[in-house]
Structure formats: structure tokens, C-alpha cells
Write a protein that binds this ligand. Structure first.
Ligand SMILES: Nc1nc2c(ncn2[C@@H]2O[C@H](COP(=O)(O)OP(=O)(O)OP(=O)(O)O)[C@@H](O)[C@H]2O)c(=O)[nH]1
Ligand SMILES: [Mg+2]
Length: 248
């Protein structure tokens, strides 16, 4: 199993997060790859040092920032190329608990996508997410559930386990934060088996807030929805369920 960690300007978190990962590293995880995406805050150097010290840690550097989705696609390509059956992805901004890694690994290996959820009754909470995050997530999640007859509770969690056999990374083109939209449309088209797993919801700082500006919130929602709709077209997903025309 491969663990991939997208990194963009996380110098303050990296040492702490990696030391916790190494403390909790299940033996099933054979390698850890960090995708440093043009960080300019010293993250690149910290990652290089970590990889020099630990055999299991590898780093890919991008000279320029290509986006979160690009790092996800690249991680999948690495997993495929090196023959890993499963890929786990985890953020390194202290919002995911390395102690939860083992729980992803213990899930039935035949599940195609084990998707972390911060909104299940068993999800432990620490701090409160910005209200716009909750709103956008719940609207998009409801839209997916309505059209696909799913029962997801969190469609934007980056803590996931992918079984690579049925996932072809060449199918994906979305390089930004809307990557999960393209991925869910693909899951639906390919009828993948998805199961959520309760993970912690940790928001101890609001410095990441995109702001409360309604226009920006609406723009972000539209960007997610448009990405989802164009992925549905590309993958010929039939959004036949009632309510399809009510989205704005
Ligand atoms: N490779 C890469 N990683 C990124 C990029 N943007 C963010 N990341 C990493 O992806 C993870 C999630 O990014 P966040 O910006 O925290 O996204 P989020 O957790 O969905 O949003 P918040 O709720 O604001 O925390 C972190 O580990 C980031 O360092 C990017 O452009 N490229
Ligand atoms: Mg985050």
C-alpha cells in the first residue's frame, strides 16, 4: 500500500505530521510519497531532509504549483506504475489524524473507495469548520446522493483509500480542488464500491477561511457543480433522478 500526501506551503506542520505518521505507520504501508507542489515556504527543504532520514519517504517536487487535483492524479499514477494495490491519501495540515491510518487499512480490501467522513455520528470533532465549507459540502453531497442514489455524508474529504485495480488515473483532468467531483462521476460510471469511514473533523484555525463573501462562496459552489456536470457528460453518467434541473 502507498501513502500519498499533497503538500503546498505546510512548513509549520510537516515535521509534526510526519513524525506522527511514522509513529503510527502500519506495516502494510510500504512507502510514503509527498507531492510538493511548488511550495515557497521551506516545505521542499523539510521534505528533502525527511526523505534523506527515512527510507520509506519519497518526495516529488514541482517547480510550479499545479493544484491539489494534479497531486491526486499523480499519486494514482505512481501507485499504478509501481504496482500498489491500494493508495491512501492524507492531508498534512494537521486536519487528519495519522492514528486513523490503521482503520483505513483494516477495511475490506475489496472496497474500491474508502472515503473518510467528518460528518458521521462517530466523527470526533475539534473546533468548528467555517460555515461556508459546511454549506458547500452539504449541498454538493446532497446533489450527488440525489442523482446517484448514494448516501454519502462528506464529498470533500481528502483522507481516502483507493483500490487501484478499477481506477484509471488517465481518465482524470481536473487539477484543482474540484478533483473529487470528477472522481465521484467516474465512480458512478464505473459502479465502484464506496464505503465511508468516520474520521475526525479538526478545525483549530480559521486562517484558511476563503472568507464569508457570498459571491466567492457562490463562485466556488459553481466551480464544483460545473466540474461535476462536465465530468458527468464526459463519463456519460445519466443524471436521470428527479431534481436534476433544480440546481443553480
Ligand atoms: N500538491 C498540492 N497540495 C495541495 C495544494 N493545495 C493544497 N494542498 C495540500 O492538500 C491538503 C489539503 O489542502 P487544504 O487547502 O487544507 O484543503 P481542505 O482541507 O479541503 O480545506 P480546508 O477546509 O480549508 O482545510 C493539504 O495537505 C495541503 O497542503 C496544491 O495546490 N498542490
Ligand atoms: Mg485542510
Amino acid at each position: 500500500m502507498l501513502l500519498a500526501i499533497p503538500v503546498f506551503n505546510e512548513a509549520d506542520s510537516l515535521e509534526g505530521v510526519f513524525s506522527e505518521i511514522l509513529d503510527h505507520l502500519p506495516p502494510e504501508i510500504q512507502a510514503i510519497v509527498a507531492i510538493d507542489d511548488g511550495s515557497s515556504d521551506g516545505s521542499a527543504e523539510i521534505l528533502d531532509e525527511l526523505s534523506q532520514k527515512h527510507d520509506k519517504i519519497f518526495v516529488r517536487h514541482h517547480q510550479e504549483n499545479h493544484g491539489y487535483g494534479c497531486a491526486m492524479i499523480e499519486s494514482m499514477k505512481i501507485a499504478r506504475k509501481h504496482g500498489y494495490s491500494h493508495l491512501v491519501t492524507m492531508d498534512c495540515d494537521r486536519q487528519h489524524r495519522p492514528a486513523d491510518l490503521i482503520r483505513f487499512i483494516q477495511m475490506d480490501p475489496d472496497i474500491d473507495v474508502v472515503s473518510g467522513s467528518r460528518y458521521l455520528p462517530d466523527s470526533r470533532t475539534q473546533g468548528n469548520p467555517p460555515e461556508d465549507r459546511v454549506e458547500i459540502n452539504s449541498r454538493i453531497t446532497a446533489r450527488l446522493n440525489r442523482h446517484y442514489e448514494w448516501s454519502l455524508t462528506d464529498s470533500f474529504c481528502g483522507f481516502k483509500r483507493y483500490r487501484m485495480e478499477n481506477i484509471d488515473p488517465d481518465q482524470f483532468k481536473e487539477t484543482g480542488y474540484a478533483f473529487p467531483m470528477e472522481f465521484w462521476a467516474f465512480c458512478r460510471r464505473s459502479n465502484l464500491l464506496i464505503q465511508e469511514l468516520a474520521v475526525s473533523r479538526i478545525y483549530t484555525t480559521d486562517s484558511r477561511s476563503f472568507g464569508e463573501d457570498l459571491d466567492r462562496r457562490r463562485r466556488r459552489y459553481r466551480y464544483y457543480l460545473e466540474t461535476l456536470k462536465s465530468a458527468e457528460k464526459k463519463f456519460q453518467v445519466d443524471p436521470a433522478a428527479p431534481g436534476a434541473s433544480t440546481d443553480r
